[in-house]
Write a protein of this length. Sequence first.
Length: 342
Amino acid sequence: MVKDINRRKFIAISSAAGVAGVAGCIGEDAEDAENGNGNGDGNGNGDDEDIGDAQPDEGGETISWHAGGTGGTYYPLSGDFKSIVEDNTPHGLQVQSTGASLANVGSLNREEAEFALIQNDIAYFAYYGTDHEELEGNPMENLRGVATLYPETIHVITQEDSGIESVEDLEGQTVNTGDAGSGTQVNALQILETAGVEDFTEQNTDFDTAADQVRDGDVDAAFVVGGWPVGSVEELATTEDISLVEISGDLRDDIMGDAEWFAEDTVPSGTYDGVDDDVETVSVQAMIATHDGVDEEMVEEVTEAIFENTDDITQKAEFIDAESAQDGMPIELHPGAEAYFN
């Protein structure tokens, strides 16, 4: 069953770079869709890179699983899922790094992957063909949900001595909003719009490059979306004094009122070197998606393997649980997943 989500007409991405990036992600050419660098949704670089070869047993199949970039959370988490699926089913998982959510909904829609990790807001936009300039009027009705996993935390990182203490302080600054056309850019531009930040210079890169830009002073702040700790932010914090800009109070309420797929979240103190206090922010949800052309039994086997072996997960394991796996599910569930959870 699709969970009812009230929605507000989403603010269109106006920058040419954003439009071009989204078009590249969901266009007809699969190679173009998967070669774009990074996107959020927790996923640094978007290079084509596989985690080993799939190892199906006799009677099993090779399953294509699209993750995200190597600098975020989707990629190592997908490595955990590969091990679990190959240890507990006859199937082998071929995990590929991609540009994450927007690239991945395109791959699923074209049935070039059996499974992918995406943000729940991007899943909603794609499934209903709404609220996003390049998805408007083009519903991807073959997308199906499997499970929600963990919060995708919005990080706004800056140098500790930058003087930037609030989102509103980004007015007039140079800001990396994530890779062009990415879920991170979608989230960042909506937050900036809600905060009334109109005059800023936008940069668009993957997470690792964004961290380098913060370190080198090439940008004043960068948006990174991923389950904490995000690798690129963690690495930056080991060599530089950084600060995370808080999203709280009335602004947080306004953000969640404008788009109800956002939820309250907190980056705990000590998550990153030098960040010694809890930082209030917002998040979306990471989720596993598939398409309606994938065999029901295969989806049930993969879903069961993951949720019956959560002790073998090393990334965000404290959040991944069968009891919460339908929280925030924005699209129709695949019958194979429904068979497991019911």
